[in-house]
Design a binder for this molecule. Structure first.
Ligand SMILES: Nc1ncnc2c1ncn2[C@@H]1O[C@H](COP(=O)(O)OP(=O)(O)OP(=O)(O)O)[C@@H](O)[C@H]1O
Ligand SMILES: [Mg+2]
Length: 603
């Protein structure tokens, strides 16, 4: 069985409540668009199935007509016809599979793209609720389950129905006695399959759960390998991994036992049935009610009619996964973004006057646990503003609101007097550059990490931005310069280098407003000096809003807002605030001054 690689495969109660009609509803338009190629595929499938029913009839002819009459020439012709028909059957089957596989892939690409577009349009709060692993599972394994349902189960179901129907029609035509005998045995098989499905489903659910646990454990240890090694957790890690792997294989063996046992039993009934048919058939043949050819034909038909049963276990798994996947995808597509663009957006070409927070209050959960309370302040154009305060005070929240990652519950945020909700999010963010505490480098080379695939930026513009923030020097020393590939999470760059790259990234767009969440981690004194001078260049003459952790930055700004538990408690320049001898002055002496000039961890 194909195991899930993602945790979090359980359906939430809301997802569970979605009816399958609605869950599959979103697929209908995708399939309807491809009506014609699908009809062709199913026509091919029907042709192949019908052909596969003809050759047992020809076999009967070989026995009853050719052999009975001693007509060897006729026997050769019948045999050649059988071979030719089988050849055509395989060709049709091949053609049909390719057709359907192509449609399936095509539908899934469209579905995946649609899901990604939908996710892209969500606000940041959505990503708080939906961790990456869950979204990955939606885009990858859930769509995959639907594709499988479409390309295998649909075909198998239609093909098998045709096969069984055709088989009974042929049987009824040639010997209703034998057919009735087979018909009598069918309910027994149906009951067996039901029992099988009931007993194995929980076993395979257990395997899935254990697999998820195993993968989660492995992932955690591999991600935290440095910590595992430094804190001598190797023996513990080894024991845990042995434990989860052992559990996984134990539950797997238990599940496989059921499957193997079931199939052996099915094969046994197959032989039993053929024995029964032979027993009755020979008796009837002796009475002249049946020919040897008919009997041979029946044995082959029975043999083939068992194929669908062998396929059930696999199909059951696919159907289950596809149903769950469809429900989850539906739930995801039904999620509406909370931060929306206006119907008639206002244009905002440049920052001319400044930014104003007008009595803004915001709570992440929508309750009265405010992360920001009645915040009012103004950043005039050209000024450098800093936000200061202890950890959890609400500094990042100010930035989240200004960038419209969230909308505040009360108050307004204005740029040049325009409420930011009156323009598109793209228009708003285009004039801002954001440098985050944790630098994220994308897969690709150095140049594309600075220019972020912005095609209109020339190499000169990129290099000049890098030069200004002093990143050019180390980039040039790289083996391929600006074309050097960035490895996963930027591991081939030091923290300081990553910082400088992010400055270049911010500078290359020449933003009207620079938003900076200073990194708190310490770097060596030389890099620190590079970063400090780069920051000066970056901020000089530019409207900036920084969450300052460096002494040099905080001394440099025009205005400091001190935030404590979501409220702006003090404001002024550094000198003014120190003279006030209030909260800031305490904070400053405790934290900023402690390591003069070097990065200070204020949290
Ligand atoms: N995504 C979120 N969901 C719910 N609560 C949040 C979220 N982000 C922040 N908070 C809460 O809002 C409050 C303010 O957080 P914020 O991130 O603005 O603090 P900060 O001043 O930036 O802290 P730091 O200096 O540590 O970065 C905190 O109590 C925090 O727990
Ligand atoms: Mg923060």
């Amino acid at each position: 069985m194909n195991m899930e690689l993602h945790e979090d495969q359980q359906l939430s109660p809301e997802e569970q409540a979605i009816s399958w009609r609605r869950a599959f509803g979103f697929l209908l338009p995708l399939l309807a668009k491809r009506r014609k190629p699908m009809l062709v595929a199913f026509a091919l499938l029907s042709g192949a199935t019908v052909l596969s029913l003809i050759w047992p009839i020809l076999l009967k002819r070989a026995f009853d007509v050719n052999l009975a009459a001693g007509d060897y020439g006729g026997l050769v012709i019948t045999t050649l016809t059988i071979t030719a028909l089988q050849g055509i059957h395989l060709l049709l089957q091949y053609w049909q599979r390719i057709r359907l596989e192509t449609i399936g892939q095509d539908v899934m690409v469209e579905l995946k793209q649609g899901l990604f577009d939908h996710i892209l349009a969500q606000d940041i709060a959505f990503f708080d609720r939906n961790p990456v692993g869950r979204l990955m599972a939606r885009v990858e394994s859930d769509t995959e389950a639907l594709r499988q349902l479409f390309t295998t189960t649909a075909v198998v179901l239609v093909g098998d129905l045709l096969l069984i129907g055709g088989t009974f029609a042929v049987m009824a035509y040639y010997s209703w006695r034998l057919m009735l005998l087979l018909l009598g045995i069918m309910p027994v098989l149906a009951v067996m399959i039901t029992i099988f499905a009931r007993t194995t489903t929980p076993r395979f659910d257990a395997v899935r759960k254990k697999t998820a646990e195993m993968i989660a454990t492995l992932t955690e240890f591999l991600h935290g390998m440095a910590i595992v090694q430094i804190f001598h957790r190797g023996a513990y890690a080894r024991r845990r991994v042995r434990e989860v792997c052992g559990d996984r294989f134990k539950s797997d063996a238990f599940a496989e036992m059921a499957v193997v046992g079931f199939f052996n039993f099915v094969t046994f009934t197959q032989y039993l049935l053929i024995g029964l048919v032979l027993l009755f058939g020979i008796a009837w043949a002796r009475e002249g009610l049946l020919t040897v050819g008919t009997l041979s034909m029946f044995i082959i038909l029975i043999w083939r009619a068992y194929d669908p049963i062998y396929r059930t276990s696999e199909q059951l798994g696919i159907i289950q996964k596809a149903f769950a996947g469809a429900k989850r995808i539906y739930a995801l597509l039904a999620t509406k973004a909370r931060v929306l663009d206006p119907v008639r957006p206002v244009e905002w070409p440049r920052l001319k006057q400044g930014i104003r927070f007008d009595n803004v209050s915001f709570s992440y959960n929508g309750d009265d646990d405010y992360a920001l309370k009645n915040a009012s302040f103004e950043v005039p154009v050209g000024q450098r503003f800093a936000l200061a305060g202890v950890t959890g005070g609400g500094k990042s929240t100010v930035i989240n609101l200004l960038l419209r990652f969230y909308d505040p519950q009360h108050g307004r945020i204005l740029v040049d007097g325009i409420d930011i909700r009156e323009m598109t999010q793209e228009e708003l963010r285009r004039r801002f550059a954001l440098v985050l505490q944790d630098i994220y480098l994308f897969p690709g080379d150095v140049r594309s990490n600075i220019a972020l695939e912005n095609a209109e930026y020339s190499d000169d513009r990129v290099a000049s931005a890098a030069q200004t923030v002093d990143a050019h020097r180390f980039i040039e020393r790289l083996p391929k310069g600006y074309r050097t590939e960035v490895s996963e999470k930027g591991a081939n760059f030091s923290r300081g280098e990553r910082q400088l790259l992010s400055f270049a990234r911010a500078l290359v767009v020449n933003p009207d407003l620079l938003i900076l969440d200073e990194a708190t981690s310490s770097v060596d004194p030389e890099t620190e000096r590079s970063i400090q001078s780069a920051l000066k260049v970056l901020m000089s003459g530019r409207t900036s809003l920084v969450i300052a952790h460096r002494l040099s930055t905080i001394l440099d700004v025009d205005q400091i807002l001190v935030i404590r538990r979501g409220e702006i408690v003090e404001r002024g320049t550094h000198t003014e605030l120190i003279l006030q001898n209030g909260y800031y002055s305490k904070l400053f002496h405790l934290q900023y001054k402690s390591r003069n000039g070097v990065a200070v961890n204020v949290g």
